[in-house]
Design a protein around this ligand. Structure first.
Ligand SMILES: Cc1cc2nc3c(=O)[nH]c(=O)nc-3n(C[C@H](O)[C@H](O)[C@H](O)COP(=O)(O)OP(=O)(O)OC[C@H]3O[C@@H](n4cnc5c(N)ncnc54)[C@H](O)[C@@H]3O)c2cc1C
Length: 404
């Protein structure tokens, strides 16, 4: 299996990658040499996305070997993830707008048979564009694509094939093991010129030939030669960042582990003692269409790995209760604690549960990690402004560790 769904696999991958995370990464990270040869990047994204391993652990491991200036590029890439998460937390309506756009796209497929045929060909990797077909199939068969391939693929989807952008983002979310509401939606918007107004990304034949090491050599006629930004409303105003709740000591407590944070140790180490724990995955809600079993099975198995690792600290463990409210009621808990789930399907399920729990006077307590509280409020403008805060944020990580 390319991505074993365990923390052990994530840690092994990290320790193998750390020696390459310095100047090597900066020089070679843009080369996509194909499946089985993604050696210049970490391939940690399925693990980071579910926090089977955390951003903080990865940054600290890299900075245990290199200075921040030597590993600057890699650390910045990890902070792109943090930035996108924070950006969406400050403007969650963008996620709802995206969901509406996916539904509108699917409706068009019902009535426009030409579009339906082109969409089906794109998803099956049966267009006239060889590289695009290859990436569509690599994604479906492995659950992963190199960052550069994601950029080329999305650009060709939008500007050459002229398919609805949201359906492309949905295709990614159905198949990527690291499928993430923030990184995926906002990256597609960025390619299409909706994120940074007017700035688009054009996939160029020479760039593809160079960075695939000649594996693909599309001709100039095959790909669009310009990338006019898609129309979109202005970005919504920046909202308030989320804050962390606090649990009450000595109350009977149930813990919920969602797919968004499979490292509950940060709460257990602060004295949380659940009498019962349930894990749940909302991976099947990432799309209105069927999400690839590769994705749902990865997420389920990773949750099992998590509960097995923490075992005796979690109390009675239940896997994926069909009815979360009934499960909470059965535990007799007077408070339910969970790691904060950012904007996306897991948060939507928790919001529903919170409303139901209110009728029973049971609070749902969402615990935000200190590093997210520190970073997300800076995601107000573009990444270049956010990037200036990275040395400070990294310094605080070390401080946070000293304090914990
Ligand atoms: C159209 C498009 C869609 C994308 N969808 C997703 C997605 O659903 N989920 C996802 O995790 N990433 C997404 N990305 C970002 C990026 O492509 C992947 O995070 C990266 O390719 C993962 O491979 P890696 O772990 O080998 O990355 P590395 O280069 O080894 O980077 C280390 C980690 O940093 C983070 N990271 C790196 N580059 C980015 C980036 N540009 N944006 C955000 N985080 C980054 C990831 O967590 C990654 O695991 C998308 C990018 C594009 C262009």
């Amino acid at each position: 299996m390319t991505f074993p769904p365990t923390r052990t696999a994530a840690l092994e991958r990290l320790s193998k990658f750390v020696p390459k995370s310095g100047r090597d990464y900066a020089a070679k990270r843009n080369f996509d040499l194909g499946p089985g040869r993604h050696d210049h990047v970490s391939t940690l994204s399925p693990y980071l996305r579910h926090r089977l391993i955390t951003e903080r652990e990865v940054v600290e491991a890299v900075l245990g070997r290199y200075s921040l200036s030597s590993a600057e590029k890699f650390v910045q890439e990890v902070y792109w993830r943090t930035y996108w998460k924070g950006w969406l937390e400050l403007r969650p309506s963008i996620w709802m707008d995206y969901r509406t756009d996916v539904k509108a796209g699917l409706n068009r497929l019902q009535t426009e048979s030409g579009l339906r045929a082109e969409f089906d060909a794109a998803c099956a990797g049966e267009t006239d564009i060889e590289c695009f077909n290859f990436w569509a199939q690599e994604l479906v068969n492995t659950g992963y694509l190199h960052n550069h391939a994601r950029m080329w693929f999305a650009s060709i989807w939008v500007f050459t094939l002229r398919l609805p952008w949201a359906l492309g983002a949905d295709f990614f979310l159905r198949h990527l093991l690291d499928g993430d509401p923030a990184s995926n939606t906002l990256s597609w918007r960025w390619i299409a010129g909706m994120q940074t107004k007017g700035k688009t990304y054009l996939a160029r034949p020479s760039n593809i030939a160079k960075f695939t090491d000649g594996r693909f050599q599309p001709s100039g006629r095959e790909l669009a030669s310009d990338a006019p930004a898609l129309d979109s409303p202005d970005n919504p105003p920046v909202g308030e960042p989320p804050y962390s709740d606090h649990w009450t000591a000595n109350l009977p407590t149930a813990l919920l582990i969602s797919e968004d944070d499979m490292s509950p140790g940060f709460m257990l180490d602060r004295g949380l003692k659940p009498q019962a724990t349930a894990s749940f995955s909302a991976a099947s809600d990432r799309s209105p269409l069927v999400v690839s079993p590769r994705v749902t099975e990865f997420t389920e198995a990773a949750l099992d790995d998590c509960t097995a690792r923490y075992g005796d600290r979690l109390g009675n463990i239940t896997k994926s209760p069909e009815d979360l409210l009934a499960w909470v009621r059965d535990t007799g808990a007077e408070q339910v604690v969970t790691a904060y789930a950012p904007t996306g399907p897991a948060q939507e399920r928790l919001d529903t549960l919170e409303r139901q729990l209110k009728d029973h006077n049971i609070p749902l307590i969402r615990i935000l990690r200190d590093e997210d509280s520190a970073a997300w409020p800076y995601a107000t403008h573009g990444f270049f402004k956010f990037k200036e805060k990275i040395p400070k944020l990294v310094g605080e990580l070390k401080g946070l560790r000293a304090a914990s």
